[in-house]
Design a protein around this ligand. Sequence first.
Ligand code: ATP
Ligand code: MN
Length: 463
Amino acid sequence: MQRTRIAEVLSSKKINGRFTLMGWVRTRRDSKAGFSFIELNDGSCADSIQLIADQKLSNYKNEIQRLTAGCSIKAVGTLVDSPGKGQKMELQVEEIEVLGWADPEIYPLQKKRHSFEFLRTIAHLRPRTNTFSAVARVRNAMSYAIHRFFQEKGFLYIHTPIITGSDCEGAGEMFKVTTLDLDQVPQSGGRADFGQDFFGTPASLTVSGQLEAEIYALAMGDVYTFGPTFRAEDSNTSRHLAEFWMVEPEMAFCDLEGNMDLATDFLKYIFAYVLDNCKKDMEFFNRFIDTSVIETLEELVSREFEYITYTEGIDILSKAKEDFEFPVSWGTDLQSEHERYLCEKVFGKPIILMDYPKEIKSFYMKVNKDGKTVRAMDVLVPKIGEIIGGSQREDDYDTLLDRIKEAGLNPDEYWWYLELRKFGSVPHSGFGLGFERLIQFVTGLSNIRDVIPFPRTPGNVSF
Ligand code: ATP
Ligand code: MN
């Protein structure tokens, strides 16, 4: 089957060229002059193309006039300048073949607009809507831009494992991986006997590739991972998924300042890439989802981010005349309401908050000279809050060992992580960026379930 994608046709200058198009009908209407106008979309771009089918076509009455939304067709014809409003070109059809019917009585995508809640229940059809096909194209472009950014900078792409035997960083609850018969779990001393399990020991889905990325950074310099991560936290929010994609660069010979520079370069690169390469889709989001997305991204590409310390942040928040649900004081973790207040009301742009109290951050973050704070940095953006969490890693063996014990973790399970600090330890840093939160920020979509093709959330794994 030979066909040309609509994206290619609409950008082609071959007026009067002959094309074979295949796609799904969005709408069809008849004109009094004996024509049928068909809007055809094939997902390759935001725009549909208009087909003009003349009543002289042999299957005009039997088939063409019966076409409704969702039917799939093949259309052969000539591309001509369009006299009508709203499109530059249209296809003068010579032949239409129906590939698949879609009964209008039961095809769910008849109306022009459906709620996102409803569309989530038909994840098998929602990519046929304008919004979800635009999200899929932007998500694709951003994935490509992520690899391009790191590859241009000489970073190596490392595949860290999805099944892990270590509790990584204690970041959220983990999903267990087992082949034990759950109706008859073998017992030993009153507990599940994982000795009889597939790996002979408890195993889980990874919550982060960071610790393994550190291994490769400490051999090869600059590396990154970009893959799925899993968190069984029961948080039904618009910013949390049970399965989400994370981008995690890790750099040897790099301190927190270098880490923050990379994070800002990275974000600016991705925003610029999307603005340059997803114009139509971004115009769509800007029109129908959030009328400030394009302007926001454009500003970010050229403006500096704001850098403040956690202590300064707490200072601002405790003086704020705002009714927070959660009170703030030095030592408490910031809630999303605080993060958003700082970004939206105080600075009006993304901020990088650094040097958090060590008690509220992970054991692997490097302790500052004050002994109270760690070299952590979170990138916070308006409307969403945290999109990046990063740090300089503790590279001193004894300090790390103390921190592991303080965190209530078993040093034996981190023997290899500790050994990296025994043999040729170097300052190193990295961060984790939630890919879906970045897509939310770029598209303006307020619910994270709408920026991943098949969202996994508490109680929902059906599609
Ligand atoms: P939060 O406090 O917002 O739940 P976190 O501090 O637990 O996030 P990290 O462990 O720092 O998250 O993970 C790094 C990044 O991964 C976060 O900055 C965020 O962008 C993203 N992220 C974390 N948890 C989720 C989730 N459940 N769904 C989607 N993205 C997530
Ligand atoms: Mn975090």
